[in-house]
Design a protein around this ligand. Structure first.
Ligand code: BG6
Length: 499
């Protein structure tokens, strides 16, 4: 998130480890294409795909092109393909056949850097997570992380660890061969305009700060509902589950944006220190409290409209008796001066009724006394809804008098929809993140302590679920198990409707 004018980034070689994987073709290459469209890539920049399958520059580029063309027919929001522009990008694209575990691969990389005459290099680890530490070690042993001839940066994709211990171990391995300033830990939610906007809206409108605390806010709900199931990722997902997949990373990033203190500046250290502080202030539940404050769900066969959907256990590469959660709802408390006493309810699930990622901030209700003698119902609480996707925008629920002779109230909305104010160019969300890495801005990347604090806060749930509690069924196409409603009903609250 550059605070100055976006200018062409310095030249470098971008090595994409895991070049034949989904991420490169679905997101990284379209993002690079868009960055070139916007004139943000230096003409000398090179992109080198690295993977073990033997291939040539030409074949690699042809596969990417075929995918980009096919994608344009679809509906993924990046309709951007343009023959002429692709022609310019393709000249930069190269391929290096190499085993991630073999030292010869890294000698070849060193040779490519030497020949290019440009010392700057970025190593993007879009590989399976089991390779992260080893690739970093090999880069270090080959001297490729030495910055005397230009910058050397390493981008690490998600998942970053699978619990607190593994995340700490991965951080230690990375920091053994490079320093924190060289590490770019990705959370793609931070590439979303609507997520970055939370910071800007909160801290550029004096109005918000006045009521952004436990005097006026009753509770906060963070929802990431998806309609997709586990698709072809059953093998990965069955060992991961909704908690690990979405909470310590994406949902905690949203929570941090809402709950953090104002940073002293929009710089990487100031922003990330505030985030680390607020995530670190999440109350560590005891085992009993973690069980009480969490609900796990798993989708069974159901329907979306007329379409019949299989249950999770019928999905490919999923254990027929799996206890993995595809839905999770949690209550967390932040023990600091601003938020003490304000519950944050988080929920995320696959195969829900609609796609909806939103933050609903519920304000304390107005007193009823003045309406007591009228027929009016108790005033409903005001909600500020920050809609991350789709229908990006912000809406505020207000109570207004319904026209007529009697005193009656109705909820109305003040709203701002992105599409009404801004012309949004097609993008994947990775453009900003790649550009920031090219220009050395770490604001939107996770620092080691951000990651570890996130895992520290979810670890009590992982521990508690190991031997106790069960996944609750919900039908595909529904909004999660009944127990999730009870989690809030117990506190005399209810989920804000999805969609
Ligand atoms: C990924 C998860 O990190 O985020 C997926 O692994 C999930 O399971 C995805 O579907 C959601 O991202 P988005 O941008 O579609 O909300």
């Amino acid at each position: 998130m550059t605070v100055a004018k976006a200018e062409t980034a310095a030249p470098c070689t971008l090595f994409l480890f895991g070049a034949n994987g989904d991420l490169v073709k679905r997101l990284l290459m379209p993002a690079l294409f868009n960055l070139q469209r916007d004139g943000l890539l230096d003409p000398r920049m090179r992109i080198v795909g690295v993977d073990h399958n033997p291939s040539t520059d030409r074949e690699f580029a042809a596969r990417l092109e075929a995918f980009m063309r096919e994608r344009d027919q679809g509906n993924e929001g990046t309709r951007c393909f343009d023959e002429k522009r692709w022609g310019r990008l393709v000249k930069r694209i190269h391929y290096l056949t190499g085993d991630f575990l073999a030292s010869t691969t890294y000698q070849d990389i060193a040779q490519r850097i030497g020949k290019s005459g440009i010392g700057n290099a970025i190593f993007y680890l879009a590989t399976a997570p089991r390779f992260f530490a080893e690739v970093a070690r090999q880069l270090g042993s080959a001297g490729l992380l030495d910055e005397s001839n230009g910058f050397r940066r390493v981008v690490v994709e998600k998942p970053f660890g699978s619990d607190l211990a593994s995340a700490e171990a991965l951080n230690a391995s990375l920091l053994n061969v490079m320093n924190e300033k060289q590490i770019y830990r990705i959370d793609h939610y931070l590439g979303k305009e609507t997520v970055q906007n939370i910071l800007v809206s909160r801290f550029s409108n004096g109005l918000f700060e006045a009521f952004w605390n436990n005097h006026y806010i009753d509770h906060v709900q963070i929802t990431a509902a998806e309609t997709v199931g586990v698709e072809s990722r059953g093998g990965f997902y069955d060992h991961t589950g909704a908690l690990r997949d979405m909470v310590p990373n994406h949902l905690f990033q949203l929570l941090a944006m809402v709950a953090m203190e104002p940073p002293a500046a929009f710089g990487a250290d100031a922003v990330r220190s505030e985030k680390a502080k607020v995530i670190g202030a999440i109350r560590p539940w005891s085992k009993a409290m973690a069980l009480k404050n969490s609900v796990r769900g798993q989708y069974t066969a159901g329907k979306q409209g007329r379409k019949k959907l299989p249950g999770y256990r019928e999905e490919p590469r999923v254990d027929r008796h799996s206890q993995t959660e595809t839905y999770v709802a949690l209550k967390v408390m932040i023990d600091n001066w601003r938020w003490v006493g304000v519950p944050f309810y988080l929920r995320t699930g696959k195969r829900m009724s609609v796609r909806d990622t939103e933050i609903a901030i519920c304000f304390k209700p107005a007193p009823y006394a003045q309406f007591r003698d009228s027929d009016a119902e108790r005033p409903k609480p005001n909600y500020l809804k920050i809609q991350i996707q789709p229908n990006e925008g912000m809406w505020f629920d207000l109570q207004a008098k319904r026209p007529g002779p009697t005193l009656a109230m109705e909820t109305v909305e003040l709203g701002f929809a992105y599409k009404d104010f801004f012309k949004m160019r097609p993008s994947t969300g990775y453009e900003t993140l790649i550009y920031d890495c090219l220009t050395g801005d770490q604001t939107l990347f996770q620092r080691a302590d951000n990651i570890e604090n996130g895992w520290r806060a979810v670890q009590p749930f992982l521990d508690a679920w190991q031997h106790e509690g069960e996944v609750q069924p919900y039908a595909a196409g529904d909004d999660g198990p009944a127990a999730a409603d009870e989690l809030l009903a117990r506190d005399h609250r209810a989920w804000h409707p999805i969609g």
